[in-house]
Ligand binder design. Structure first.
Ligand code: NAD
Length: 472
């Protein structure tokens, strides 16, 4: 007979959404189990995504900075890279955080179960751990089972030289030539890591711009830098076939309006988006509905179409971002525990952790034009910032979009080092309904990159003294 137990709240998936949900529910006094098929807690973000990639991006940024110092009269020899130590360093960071989550679960008396969960009914799940199986009966369930890398149609993951973000982050070796398919967030972050570690990196992007969802003026400084770091960047191009050839290499056919080209690479990283893991949960025995892309349908309380089951994070819709999952996880835990709560945010920031970083929140110009939303703009070019010039970041930019009537901030976009850190002021301003005067009249510390937000508001107000703007 399978083991069975009864809980108030079962959480499926221990990523940043799932463990936040489990811990919040436990803090609200509920008996909670947290289930994950991985042996380590933390999900994709901690084990195979956000955190290991940031550990490696830190290394690639420092390598880039030391070569920049040559222009300032300080030269180093080319780096000697011990890939085994780099990998150990990255794994050590992940392990430390895994342990931290396990300790926090224990302190809260959240029981963790390793195994693959799937539904048996609207109140029962089965958990399989190897050959063993057990069931958990729940009053409420929070699904936080995440997403998996998408593949190009007709290409299977099986070949050892074909990488996904997961295997690329394992950092087995540094290929001589790496092709990255997909010029989105993962492709550019990992492409930059591998380029810094010595690979000749090429990127193929289907659409006419890198990071298509971001405004082109924000992507431009990154594109210029990548042109120097990468072997090639092919836009408006697609990979039509990938075939194994000799020595574990891969032959790739790339098509664009100029025709077809064939080239071979040591490794190919597929970074063409991710798909929700809803197909792994046997949802057909529940009343949970999914949309045509496989996302679980939820309302603003994160409730699915089965009222006692909630879904959060990547599996419940875009954007697939850890901080969105965490926020939704807390909402679901609070609603499931009888608290008044809802997913009611005005902006979710996006950050591309390349060098330079690109960050945006709220309305983008691309979206405003597409949806015919009226806006006015205040911009501050970092070429006029003493701090940016001092750190070699004069290509950066901060821009704010305002409502033409109320002058309230609608959106913010930044490109430059630490863009992902300084954007939070813009997110707070959007949440608080701040207008251009609120932002421009807040005293910002000088000289900082953060003050460019105040200066962009001053540029909009016409009160700026750090730039000369001719009178209209
Ligand atoms: P993405 O959607 O950011 O980028 C995929 C890119 O691949 C797109 O630009 C798309 O046009 C292109 N593409 C699709 N099919 C193609 C083809 N056949 N040939 C060439 N190009 C093709 O997806 P991703 O980079 O795989 O990331 C997946 C998810 O993970 C995203 O939702 C992202 O937000 C999230 N993520 C976020 C971060 C971060 O916040 N820094 C980091 C990593 C991943």
């Amino acid at each position: 007979m399978p083991k069975s137990e009864q809980v108030e709240i079962a959480v499926i998936g221990a990523g940043p959404g799932g463990y936040a949900a489990a811990f919040r529910a436990a803090d609200l006094g509920k008996k909670v189990v947290l289930i994950d098929r991985d042996s380590e807690l933390g999900g994709v973000c901690l084990n195979r995504g956000c955190i290991p990639s940031k550990a490696l991006l830190h290394i690639s940024k420092v390598i880039g900075e030391t070569s920049h110092l040559a222009k300032l009269g300080i030269s180093y020899n080319d780096p000697t890279i011990d890939i085994n130590r780099v990998r150990e360093h990255k794994n050590g960071i992940v392990k430390k955080l895994n342990n931290g989550i396990a300790q926090m679960a224990e302190a809260r008396k959240v029981k963790t179960i390793q195994g693959a969960a799937s539904f048996l009914s609207n109140n029962l799940i089965q958990i399989k751990t190897g050959a063993e199986s057990r069931t958990v009966e729940f009053d409420k369930c929070i699904i936080a089972a995440g997403s998996t890398s998408s593949m190009i149609p007709g290409v299977t993951k099986k070949h050892p030289s074909l990488l996904t973000s997961k295997t690329a982050l394992e950092l087995e070796s540094i290929p001589e030539r790496l092709l990255v398919v997909g010029g989105g967030v993962i492709g550019l972050e990992l492409g930059q890591v591998y380029a810094a570690l010595g690979a000749a990196v090429s990127v193929v992007e289907f659409l006419p711009n890198l990071i298509p969802e971001a405004d082109t003026d924000l992507v431009k400084p990154l594109h210029q830098k990548l042109k120097k770091q990468f072997e090639s960047i092919l836009l408006s191009s697609k990979v039509s076939s990938i075939e194994p050839v000799k020595n574990s290499r891969l032959k790739v056919v790339i098509e664009n309006k100029k025709g077809k080209t064939t080239d071979s690479y040591d490794k190919v990283l597929i970074a063409v988006g991710r798909k929700p893991n809803s197909h792994l949960l046997n949802l057909k025995v529940t009343d949970i509905e999914t949309d045509e892309k496989g996302f679980i349908k939820v309302d603003m309380y994160q409730r699915t179409t089965t009222k006692n089951i909630f879904a959060i994070g990547d599996i419940s819709g875009n954007p697939m971002l850890a901080h969105k999952a965490t926020h939704e996880g807390k909402v679901a835990a609070e609603v499931a525990s009888g608290q008044p709560s809802a997913m009611d945010v005005r902006a979710i920031p996006s950050v591309v952790y390349t060098d330079p970083e690109v960050a945006w929140a709220g309305l983008t110009e691309t979206n405003a034009k597409k949806n015919k939303i009226e806006y006015e703009k205040g911009e501050f070019p970092w070429a006029a910032s003493g701090r940016a010039i001092a750190i070699g970041a004069r290509q950066g930019k901060t821009k704010l979009l305002f409502d033409p009537e109320t002058k309230q901030i609608l959106g913010i976009g930044i490109v430059g080092p630490s863009a992902g850190d300084i954007i939070s002021e813009g997110v707070l301003a959007i949440e608080m309904g701040a207008d251009s005067m609120d932002i421009g009249l807040s005293v910002h510390p000088h000289p900082t990159l953060g003050e460019t937000i105040g200066l962009a508001a001053e540029a909009f107000e016409g009160t700026i003294t750090d730039l000369y703007v001719p009178k209209k």
